[in-house]
Ligand binder design. Sequence first.
Ligand code: MN
Ligand code: MN
Length: 467
Amino acid sequence: MADKNKTVKELKEKLFKQKKNGILRISDKELKNCDKFCEGYKKFMNRAKTEREIVADTVELLEKKGFVEYKKGMKLKAGDKIYRNNRGKAIIMAVIGKDDIKKGVRLCAAHIDSPRLDLKQNPLYEDTEIALFKTHYYGGIKKYQWTTVPMSLHGVIIKADGSTVTVNIGEDDSDPVFVVSDLLPHLADEQMRRPATKLIKGEELNLIIGSRPFKADNESEAVKLNILSILNEKYGITESDFISAELEAVPAFKAKDVGFDRSMIGAYGHDDKVCAYPALMATVECDDPKHTVVTVLTDKEETGSDGNTGLCSSYLEYFIYDIAEALGSDGRTVLSASQCLSADVNAAYDPTFPDVNEKNNAAYLNMGVVITKYTGARGKSGTSDASAEFAGRIRRLLDKNDIVWQTGELGKVDGGGGGTVAAYIANLDVDTIDLGVPVISMHAPYEIVSKLDTYMAYRAFSVFIAD
Ligand code: MN
Ligand code: MN
């Protein structure tokens, strides 16, 4: 054996999997690029918090970068940059490649909806001279985490006359915020005996929005009246207009560096903007790709991807069919030859809660972008489970381009689980694997990611779509 002359150290280096912290594996220059990229990400996080705001922000960026809105039937050629806005809540963008479209597209799919509190359709009420909004939480949350957190309100109201009012209040330093209350510990004896799932019940997630009555004698519900009068003055709405509104309460926190070393970012909604933003940046910076590049930023992932802006609907498929046809092929041929990175976050190993992971297969902060071959729960149920061949292809691609990466599964076997949009895209006969950023405190009002992992996600998408 040739290895006889090697020292044990050399042999280990050759045979063992790389386990060095990503920071020790990249140059100072690369680290600088990483930190610069993350400054852009933080700005993005602070200006667009909901799917609608991200779509609007993305359209603005795309048009600046020469993308045009694509309508079925438009002629296409290599180098063309197009997008399709799906109802203001999801967006697909594409850069037409030099190669025949029959060879498939390079697809990146991330989601831009995040857990939050949605207002109910009859949200406004007054109780003991305090005005509140009833909410229904969106996505999987630990409800108790969402109390006593400053919240902002985002969304749209479609008025009786059909006109649209856009709402964004609570983000500006001079704006008021809204808050869900919790009991003082002094009186929480009974509450603290509830199981954690019921510590705060769904119907206790009520947002406090006002407390001054309208000045009039002997009128009931004067606080509610005062709020409606303020809303009428500001937005021209009446109480019935809430019926045709989508108003989302989200944490009013700003994205900030975390740690003395500024190595991490804390923000609301890293899941999944920390994959959406890198995928978007990689796509807008891509010129003259070999394969056609398609990037979709979708809605509704957190509620199961159903609905016409979620990836269980046909909107992505229709787009691929349309461009395939415009380029002289057909959707089925293109999809079957396509490859996809399902860009979603995974759970990062948290030293405070080690028991939920199996440490050989957990994803770690600063170990790079994480490849997740399968998700699902209870015997891989609900996963598309990427093939060894496709995992091998992605692994070679990342190694060839010096991208720091790791593998990770979502928690130990039978510890829980979850899914991504990977299965819905794989079900279209597309080779698909999950690739994204590990997150600490996922689905909490304030989530944490590492800057290095975020930057490596961007590099991974860049090399994937250029390949
Ligand atoms: Mn996600
Ligand atoms: Mn999620």
